[in-house]
Design a protein around this ligand. Structure first.
Ligand code: RB5
Length: 149
């Protein structure tokens, strides 16, 4: 499993913790920064992750900012990206099973390290159920085309 992860300055500490968790889970991880906690713009980091996931270079992307909201808004602008902002294991399981989410967004100012690790594990280990959910994903694809993405 290949995972690409990024944050902004407000998500840097949680991102580092999640990089460790991903390595413990034996995922192949690409951490694309930022390297310091100097102020940056989260869309610049979301772009790198989402372009790579949409191109099929990674199984999943993980994005962390202060709330996770800015990252999730940005990520869902990219064609082929289904980004989910999760604050519980339940949401992480459901968004994989029903939405086939391919980017997980987390807020460092919202969830602690332990919960974030549990959310990450639930996200990575839950398969998409397919079936009736596939036609809904097809409709998301249609919505992307309609809006010119
Ligand atoms: C940065 O201060 C903060 O606005 C950002 O990390 C994020 O929470 C935006 O949604």
């Amino acid at each position: 499993m290949k995972v690409i992860i990024a944050s902004d300055h407000a998500g840097l500490e949680l991102r580092r913790e999640l990089v460790s968790a991903l390595k413990e889970l034996r995922a192949e991880v690409d951490d694309v920064g930022p390297a310091t906690n100097a102020s940056v713009d989260y869309p610049d980091f979301a772009k790198q992750v989402c372009r790579s996931v949409a191109a099929g270079d990674y199984t999943f992307g993980v994005l962390v900012c202060g709330t996770g909201i800015g990252m999730s808004i940005t990520a869902n602008k990219y064609r082929g990206i289904r980004a989910a902002l999760c604050t519980s294991e339940f949401e992480a399981r459901m968004t994989r099973a029903h939405n086939d989410a391919n980017v997980l967004c987390l807020g460092q100012r919202v969830v602690g390290g332990g919960l974030a690790r549990s959310i990450l594990e639930a996200f990575l280990s839950t398969p998409f159920e397919g079936g009736r959910h596939q036609k809904r994903l097809d409709k998301i694809r249609e919505a992307e085309s309609e809006s010119g993405r």
